[in-house]
Ligand binder design. Structure first.
Ligand code: GRF
Length: 213
């Protein structure tokens, strides 16, 4: 257990991505442990999911802090207290500052429900529908100081149907989110990601892991 990557998951809402990460940790396909789940929203169902699996949960109400930097400084303390190596933003509806980014260099991942750099920011699925694209999807990326601008780790494409609504498209994109977020985290856990400028280079698995048993 000593070498297992410890992740801290930041959430604000339903937590279906958190659930997919919990499930992949439990079935062993993700060789990581969740050290804590932190929410700015006390009512986030994600907290319920974490508690059900015995994962420590922390509610940090952003309204009780003087500003974003002060909030992030407390986030860092809680993450460090729980031994977190990698921070996962899984539907965390807060802008984070360089205070947090600098504390976890190339060690914060976010998932965004569009094929970046298209449609950053809020309501990405609605933006995609209104623009009329035929293909959208989701993107896992390292977090930098911009909004949804960091180096891209993995993407999955989803076809947009003529009769799609924001809800129907979001639901199909979420299926892909739940698939690729744990895969991207596993690449990190296996030490296979290197950031070279804007590019994230994925190295091959060790030879032993490639051989059939
Ligand atoms: C996802 O659609 C994700 O792309 C976005 O926030 C949503 C979180 O959903 N960043 P959930 O809380 O994981 O169900």
């Amino acid at each position: 257990m000593g070498n297992l990557l410890t992740i801290g998951v930041l959430v604000s809402g339903n937590g279906t991505n958190l659930q997919s990460i919990i499930d992949r940790c439990n079935d062993g396909s993700l060789t990581a442990r969740i050290g804590c789940v932190i929410s700015n929203n006390a009512d986030a169902f994600a907290l319920e999911r974490a508690r059900k699996h015995g994962i420590p949960t922390i509610h940090l109400n952003h309204r009780e802090f003087s500003g974003r930097e002060a909030y992030d400084a407390t986030l860092i303390k809680v993450l460090r207290d729980h031994g977190v190596d990698l921070v996962i933003l899984a539907g965390f509806m807060r802008i984070i500052t360089p205070v947090l980014i600098d504390a976890f260099p190339n060690a914060i991942m976010n998932i965004h429900p569009a094929l970046l750099p298209a449609f950053p920011g809020l309501h990405a699925q609605r933006q995609a529908l209104e623009y009329g694209v035929k293909i959208s999807g989701c993107t896992v990326h390292f977090v930098d100081a911009g909004t949804d601008t960091g180096p891209i780790i993995m993407q999955a494409a989803v076809a947009v149907d003529t009769d799609d609504t924001e809800e129907s498209l979001s639901a199909r994109i979420q299926l892909e989110e739940h698939r690729i977020f744990p895969l991207a985290i596993q690449l990190y856990a296996a030490g296979r990601l290197t950031v070279e400028g804007r590019r994230v280079v994925v190295s091959s698995p060790p030879v032993a892991a490639q051989k059939p048993r």
